[in-house]
Design a binder for this molecule. Structure first.
Ligand code: MN
Length: 293
């Protein structure tokens, strides 16, 4: 079965206790079984309280983050790499502390437009850092995901093939590819070939529309994508991701270039996405569920 997930930024852009309660309760109400938290600004996070809320509502958790240009493991500068590595270690520890077993996003790069292509030294720093991080994560039962994003958000992994190549180079068995339809729409040849190329190394999926708003109101071929997932026997989460200026996370929203209002009502958006994904995924032969237990 594929567990339906939802990104917390549909509900709130911070991690205060009040926001965490709202995020978890409303995710459950809208029919999702997993919630994904961004760990970009994890400071006020109450780990024990959040874990209790997840248990109370019967929700699973996944975490994600990207890096910044002053804390970038793909930098040539060892001091910048070290700052990035520290953020990643913290993120894996938080994921484990929250009861999660998946940490993904862009742990290999700053989240933003680079002025040039990656360098050989920078790439070597990524391989070295993720090799260490994957060993540390494995000891905690955490799988790492490398989300393939578009060229304006990283210069390193813009296609599934590039992600597979980097994972081969790192040589760890607890690193998976994470595909996102919004990014695939910009960079890949279609929504099928990248999925088939990944096969059982695809471990996490984001469904997002071409403008990151209501599913079905843009140009993404979700039907083709879900059929490809069914073809490889995909068993991982399917997490809905959408951003609007209605809900803002100070740093992350700017990194993702969320400049306009695509929706006002998160609950309406989320319920629509839940029905939409269920209908198309089930039609394609995937067994989707919003109930993790
Ligand atoms: Mn995504």
């Amino acid at each position: 079965m594929n567990l339906l997930g939802i990104h917390a930024l549909v509900w709130a852009g911070d991690v205060t206790p009040g926001s965490m309660e709202k995020i978890i309760r409303q995710s459950r109400q809208a029919g999702f079984g997993l919630v994904e938290f961004s760990l970009h600004e994890p400071e006020p996070l109450d780990v024990a309280g959040t874990r209790a809320l997840l248990a109370e509502h019967g929700m699973q958790v996944a975490c994600s983050r990207g890096l910044a240009f002053d804390a970038d493991v793909s930098s040539e500068d060892p001091a910048v790499v070290a700052r990035g590595r520290a953020l990643l270690v913290q993120a894996v520890e938080l994921t484990h502390a929250l009861g999660g077993s998946y940490f993904g996003g862009v742990p290999y790069s700053a989240l933003g437009k680079y002025p040039g292509p990656p360098t050989a030294l920078g790439r070597a720093h990524v391989v070295e850092t993720l090799r260490e991080l994957s060993a540390m994560a494995k000891a905690k039962g955490v799988t790492l995901g490398l989300e393939v994003v578009n060229r304006y958000e990283t210069n390193l992994l813009n296609t599934a093939r590039q992600a597979l190549g980097l994972i081969d180079e790192i040589g760890a068995d607890n690193i998976v590819v994470h595909l996102d339809t919004y990014h695939m729409n910009i960079e890949e040849v279609d929504f099928v070939q990248p999925v088939l190329a990944c096969g059982d190394r695809l471990g996490y999926v984001h469904v997002g529309e071409s403008h990151r708003g209501y599913l079905g109101s843009g140009t993404i071929d979700f039907s083709g994508f879900f059929k490809a997932l069914a073809k490889i026997g995909y068993q991982g989460p399917i997490t809905f991701e959408s951003f609007s200026s209605t809900v803002v996370a100070a740093g992350l929203s700017n990194n993702l270039a969320v400049w306009r209002n695509l929706w006002d009502n998160g609950m309406d958006l989320a319920c629509h996405a839940n029905s939409y994904v269920k209908a198309l995924a089930q039609g394609a032969g995937l067994g989707v569920t919003g109930r993790p237990y």
